[in-house]
Design a binder for this molecule. Structure first.
Ligand code: NAG
Ligand code: NAG
Ligand code: NAG
Ligand code: ZN
Ligand code: ZN
Ligand code: ZN
Ligand code: ZN
Ligand code: ZN
Length: 269
C-alpha cells in the first residue's frame, strides 16, 4: 500500500508545481524580457498583461528564451530537450527555435521555417503559402484567393492577432481570414459578407433567387417605376445602372444583390 501512496503523492506534486492551462511539460522558462520564471509564454503574457502600470505590460518573444528550469530537479540550464542534471525529457515535442516544449504530441506540432513558429495539426496537412505569408490547410493549395499577408492581421470580429492565434482560422472566398469560431458566429447572426471587403462569403444564389421572386411580386409605386440608380457590386466590383427597387438592387453584371448605391461613374471627357 505504501509504494502506491508514494507514487500518488509524487504525481500530484509533480503536476501541481507546473500548473499551466496551456501545456503539459516538465520545465518552466525564464522570461528574457523581465527575468521572471513562468510555466509558459502564455502564462507570462497573462500575468504581465494585467500589470497595473501599462508601461510594464509586455509580451514574451518565444525565440529569445535562453534558460529553462527542470521541474523534476529544479536545475536552471540553457534551453535543451533533456535536462543536463537529471536526464528527464522536459517535453515530448521540443522545438529549439521556438524554445517550445509540449508533452501532448497528439496535437502533431511542427515548426514551419517560413512562418518562423511552431504550428499544430501535422506537417503533412499544411502547406506554406508564400503570398498569404502563412500555413494553410492542404485543401486550399491552388484553391484560394491569395491576399498578401492575409494572416498578419487581427480577426475582424474579436480583434485577436491571427498569425499565431491558438484558435482555428478560416479563409473566406475573398481570401480574407478570421477565426473559424468568429466566422460561424457571424453567419449565425445572418451576416453573410466579409467584414473587410464586403464580398459574399457563401453561395447566395438561393437568396438572390428568393429576392427575384419577391421583387416580381412587389411592384413599386408609379412615381418610382422609372427611377434608376448606379450601384457598385460588392461581389464582382462592377458598377452598373439599374432600376431602383425598395427590396434591393441587383447587379447588372453578376446578378448579386450584395450591392451599394454609388454616384454615377465619371466618364472621360
Ligand atoms: C496576451 O494575454 C492577453 C490576456 O490574457 C490576451 O488578451 C492577448 O491576446 C494575449 N496576447 C497573445 C499574443 O497571446
Ligand atoms: C492533447 O491535445 C488534444 C488536441 O488538442 C486534446 O484533445 C487532448 O485533450 C489533449 N490531452 C491532454 C492530456 O491534454
Ligand atoms: C474595384 O474596381 C476599382 C475601379 O476599377 C479598382 O480601383 C479596385 O481596386 C477594385 N477592387 C477590387 C477589390 O477588385
Ligand atoms: Zn518552432
Ligand atoms: Zn508556415
Ligand atoms: Zn495564398
Ligand atoms: Zn476572432
Ligand atoms: Zn474579404
Amino acid at each position: 500500500m505504501f509504494p502506491c501512496l508514494c507514487v500518488f503523492i509524487f504525481t500530484v506534486s509533480d503536476s501541481m508545481c507546473n500548473r499551466c492551462d496551456h501545456y503539459n511539460r516538465r520545465c518552466q522558462i525564464r522570461a528574457p524580457c523581465c527575468n521572471e520564471v513562468f510555466p509558459c509564454r502564455h502564462c507570462h503574457n497573462e500575468s504581465t498583461s494585467t500589470l497595473r502600470n501599462i508601461y510594464d505590460r509586455h509580451e514574451l518573444v518565444r525565440q529569445d528564451v535562453k534558460q529553462v528550469i527542470c521541474s523534476v530537479c529544479d536545475t536552471e540550464q540553457p534551453v535543451a530537450q533533456v535536462c543536463t542534471n537529471c536526464g528527464v525529457n522536459m517535453g515530448e515535442y521540443f522545438c529549439n527555435i521556438c524554445k517550445f516544449f509540449d508533452d501532448n504530441t497528439s496535437k502533431e506540432q511542427f515548426h514551419c521555417d517560413d512562418c518562423g513558429i511552431c504550428r499544430v495539426g501535422g506537417r503533412e496537412n499544411f502547406f506554406h503559402c508564400k503570398k498569404c505569408g502563412s500555413c494553410y490547410a492542404i485543401g486550399l493549395r491552388n484553391n484560394h484567393r491569395c491576399v498578401e499577408d492575409s494572416m498578419r492581421h487581427h480577426c475582424p470580429i474579436c480583434y485577436e492577432y491571427l498569425f499565431d492565434s491558438l484558435k482555428d482560422t478560416t479563409v473566406m472566398k475573398c481570401g480574407h481570414t478570421m477565426h473559424f469560431e468568429c466566422y460561424h458566429e457571424m453567419l449565425k447572426r445572418d451576416k453573410f459578407c466579409c467584414p473587410i471587403c464586403s464580398r459574399s462569403v457563401i453561395d447566395m444564389s438561393k437568396t438572390w433567387q428568393r429576392m427575384d421572386e419577391e421583387i416580381e411580386a412587389t411592384s413599386m409605386p408609379s412615381d418610382y417605376r422609372d427611377k434608376k440608380v448606379w450601384i457598385l457590386c460588392n461581389d464582382c466590383n462592377d458598377t452598373t445602372e439599374v432600376n431602383f427597387h425598395i427590396i434591393g438592387q441587383k447587379c447588372g453584371h453578376c446578378r448579386s444583390y450584395n450591392t451599394r448605391a454609388v454616384g454615377p461613374p465619371v466618364l472621360p471627357q
